[in-house]
Structures are given as structure tokens and as C-alpha cells.
Design a protein around this ligand. Structure first.
Ligand SMILES: *Cc1c(COP(=O)(O)O)cnc(C)c1O
Ligand SMILES: [Zn+2]
Length: 460
């Protein structure tokens, strides 16, 4: 098929048989497949999570070169919905949604750049930052949410009686769900742990008209409640145990490879909480390799906060043991999760990638984020966890000075201004703010200003 024909072809009018096929199946390998428009999150036979599987034979009908050319042709264009880097890869993400039901705010296509100065300062020649938080709602959760909400819109259009979509969240999932539901005209319900999300994260669902439940518990508590409520009512569950979202998150790795002209980096580091993303990123690379688009895999690193580190503890046992924990309060609030839903998916992927799990303390994450800010980045605390882990692995020689390393920055730093303000005003308890910088308050007089400038230039 010519590229143009292929590019046009997903614009089928509804009713045509889909050309590409994807379905849910059990991650533990139980027989049975389920349609993506079924309301089902767990294997009815064993209770494990489901994953989305694609008909690889159909995808292989295109050569690697044809896929690359098609994706490049669509990338950041304006032919709706393919300019979105999620829907630009629709055939490999969710071919089952009609274009007229897609709810998109032009996801992906996020900045990937050489962090030259930071790399030099920590001993790397080839460090890259991928700013996945430069997105509609300020976090990388938009990548998956566009897929989930589009499928819900499709199901509603097919007559499935869904009255609302709900999620438990540490702040970013709820912001994203609220925005996409608002765009689609669907009621969103978000379950938030009280006082554990940032001010912008609380305002976002409110602004979008979501029913915002501020609950006297932590994320894991919210998760339990939302599952209970979704199981019994016509409310669709939007948490990442619903693997539709991971299909969208998977485009992080596809887009990354695309941005490197279809070459792969040596190491990819991502902060992990509920662990859907580390598994989605892994699955994206595996899919590309299965289709012959790449020939080797990068090393995957999952970075956890020391105060919410169940996967790290399991890693220390070679993944032979795993036990959920009670997460302690961490500045990296979006990954303050002790009982991650996708832990088994993450372990499976990390084993395939010879993956690494490393942790960062509060002090390390705060100072790593601030150090990187000094080099022109602007980091959320979770990206701080990834950066702190990066420094440790470089010092330990696990990552070599010439390795091409990509840090996945997961949220926009501006969503966490309160963290930065407290850091710079030295109000983070127990943390020495090594890169603190505060406004200098002066009378409006040129001589005093000049004195201050001279002092700073002498002693930066
Ligand atoms: C959700 C989130 C993560 C972690 O992703 P998981 O899939 O839960 O591991 C990291 N950083 C930010 C900012 C997030 O919102
Ligand atoms: Zn099963």
C-alpha cells in the first residue's frame, strides 16, 4: 500500500471493518481475548491485569521503512488527528477507535534536546532530556488519557451506558482525565488524597468541572475506593490498570526513537510510581524491535523515591520477592505509591531489558532538580528523582561517559512551583538547599543596585 493510501486509510467512515486489530488479553497468559470496547480491567480467570495486544502479522504487512516514512510524514502536522504523536501512530496504539470519536489535544511531539551543560557537569557527553511534561495539562499523562477517553467516547456512541469516568490520582492523572472529559463532554470524577497534591493539580480538575473528591487517605486508599465504586456502577475506571492508557504512554519510546532518526539511545531513565509507564516504555521498544524498526534495546532505568520504593526493594532481591509497602510522604508526590498497580508488568519488562531500579532520597531529588534548573532546565520533583539516580549511576560507572542517555521528564516544573519556592527559601525540612537563590530586596536606587550586581559578578 502506498504511504498516502495508508495515511488516508484509518479515516474510514464508521461501520467499515478495521484493518488493524488490537484486543485485551491476560498478562499471565490465560487463554481468551476481550474487545477494547468491553468494560473489563482484569482477567476473569486469574484476576491479573490485562494488556493490549496487537495483530503483529497485520502490522508486518508494512516494511519498517514504510512505517518510518508514514510516521515521519504525519509528525507534528495538522492533518487531524495524525499530528498528535499518539494518533500519528494509531495503527500501533489503538486502531479500534473511529477518528470521529478521537478526543485529542495534539499529544506528544515533545522537546527532546541535548542537555549539554548539565551533562558536562555530571560527566556525560551525550545527555538528552525529553520533556514529556510539555503537554496540554503539564504532564505526560495526556499521552494515555487521549486513548482512554477516545475509547469511552466511542463506547458511548455505540450505546454503552457509561455515565462518568473516574480515577484515583496523585494529581496528574486527574488533571488529564478532567481536561479530556471536558473536551468530550463526559463527566469526570477524581479521587484525590487530601493535602497531597500541588495547588495547580487541585485547580485543574476543578477548572474543568470534574467532581473532585478530596479524601482523607493516601493514593493507595483512593485507588481502593475508586475500584470499588467503578465495579458496581456505570462509571468507567481510568486508572492505569486500564491498559488502554499504557498504549498511549508507549508512544514515548516510539517518538523518542523517531526523534533520533530511528536510532536508539543507550539508556532511558524514567521515574516510577504506579509503574505503568516503565512497562509502557519497555513495551514500545519491544514492539519496534518485533516489527524490525530497531535492532537492539536500550537499558531501562526506573527511578524511585526512597520513601516510596517497593520496586527498588524487590530489585535488591533480583525480583524474587515483592511486597507492597506503606509509602511515606515524599516531595515527589506523583510517585508516592506503596502498592503499585502495574508492578508485575514492570518487573516483566525490566527483566527483558536488563533493567535497573535505583532510588533517591529527598535531599538528593531536591538538589538534583535544583542543580539541573541552574543549567537551564526546569524540573518537577519526579524528574529530580530521575536526575539524582542518573548521577549515582554515572558515579558508579554503570552509565559510561559516552553513553547516550535520555531522561524522561514527566511533568512541567511550573506545576510544582510550591516545591521550588520552599526549596529556594530553605523551608524544606531536613534538606540543605545547595542551590538556593532568592530575590534581593532593595530600595529603588541605582547605586545600591549596581553594588549588588558587582558583588554577584565577583562571586557568582
Ligand atoms: C504518573 C507520574 C509518574 C509515574 O508514572 P507511573 O506510571 O505511575 O510509574 C512520574 N512522574 C509524574 C509527574 C507522574 O505524573
Ligand atoms: Zn489470567
Amino acid at each position: 500500500m502506498s504511504q498516502e493510501a495508508l495515511a488516508r486509510q484509518p479515516n474510514r467512515s464508521s461501520g467499515d471493518a478495521p484493518t488493524y486489530r488490537a484486543w485485551f488479553q491476560c498478562i499471565a497468559g490465560c487463554p481468551g481475548t476481550y474487545e477494547l470496547n468491553e468494560i473489563i480491567y482484569q482477567c476473569p480467570k486469574c484476576g491479573n491485569l490485562l494488556e493490549v495486544a496487537h495483530d503483529l502479522d497485520l502490522l508486518r504487512q508494512n516494511s519498517p521503512g514504510q512505517w518510518m516514512a508514514l510516521f515521519d510524514m504525519r509528525y507534528r502536522g495538522t492533518e487531524w488527528p495524525y499530528g498528535s504523536s499518539v494518533w500519528g501512530k494509531k495503527e500501533m496504539v489503538c486502531p479500534n477507535v473511529d477518528n470521529r470519536n478521537i478526543v485529542s489535544t495534539y499529544e506528544g511531539g515533545s522537546n527532546l534536546f541535548w542537555a549539554e551543560r548539565l551533562g558536562r557537569e555530571i560527566g556525560l557527553e551525550d545527555l538528552w532530556m525529553k520533556l514529556c511534561g510539555n503537554s496540554h495539562t503539564g504532564s505526560f499523562k495526556d499521552l494515555g488519557m487521549t486513548v482512554l477517553v477516545s475509547m469511552v467516547k466511542q463506547m458511548i456512541s455505540e450505546g454503552v451506558p457509561i455515565q462518568a469516568v473516574a480515577c484515583a490520582s496523585t494529581g496528574d492523572t486527574s488533571a488529564s482525565l478532567a481536561a479530556y472529559c471536558a473536551a468530550a463532554g463526559i463527566q469526570a470524577i477524581v479521587f484525590l488524597p487530601r493535602h497531597k497534591v500541588s495547588v495547580p493539580q487541585l485547580i485543574q480538575p476543578l477548572a474543568h468541572g470534574a467532581l473532585t473528591l478530596s479524601l482523607d487517605t493516601d493514593f493507595d486508599g483512593c485507588m481502593k475506593l475508586v475500584q470499588e465504586i467503578c465495579a458496581k456502577n456505570n462509571i468507567y475506571l481510568a486508572n492505569s490498570m486500564n491498559s488502554l492508557r499504557l498504549e498511549g504512554q508507549k508512544t514515548i519510546s516510539i517518538e523518542l526513537v523517531q526523534q533520533f532518526d530511528w536510532d536508539i539511545p543507550d539508556v532511558v531513565i524514567v521515574p516510577g510510581g504506579n509503574l505503568g509507564n516503565i512497562s509502557a516504555i519497555g513495551r514500545g521498544f519491544l514492539l519496534l524491535r518485533n516489527l524490525g524498526i530497531i535492532s537492539r534495546l536500550p537499558r531501562l532505568v526506573c527511578a524511585q523515591a526512597e520513601r516510596a520504593n517497593p520496586l527498588y526493594r524487590s530489585y535488591l532481591t533480583g525480583f524474587r520477592k515483592y511486597k507492597p509497602i506503606k509509602a511515606k510522604k515524599t516531595l515527589a508526590s506523583a510517585i508516592q505509591i506503596g502498592n503499585p498497580v502495574s508492578v508485575q508488568k514492570a518487573i516483566k519488562v525490566l527483566k527483558e531489558f536488563d533493567g535497573i531500579v535505583e532510588q533517591a532520597t529527598e535531599e538528593e531529588l531536591a538538589n538534583s532538580a535544583a542543580h539541573a534548573d541552574r543549567t537551564g532546565l526546569y524540573n518537577c520533583p519526579h524528574t529530580g528523582v530521575a536526575l539524582a539516580v542518573l548521577s549515582k549511576l554515572v558515579k558508579r560507572g554503570v552509565i559510561g561517559p559516552r553513553d547516550r542517555v535520555v531522561v524522561i521528564s514527566t511533568a512541567h516544573g511550573l506545576k510544582f512551583a510550591d516545591f521550588q519556592l520552599r526549596y529556594h527559601s530553605r523551608r524544606l525540612r531536613g534538606i540543605e538547599s545547595r542551590h538556593s537563590n532568592l530575590p534581593v530586596e532593595l530600595p529603588a536606587r541605582a547605586d545600591r543596585i549596581m553594588e549588588t550586581i558587582v558583588r554577584r559578578l565577583e562571586k557568582p
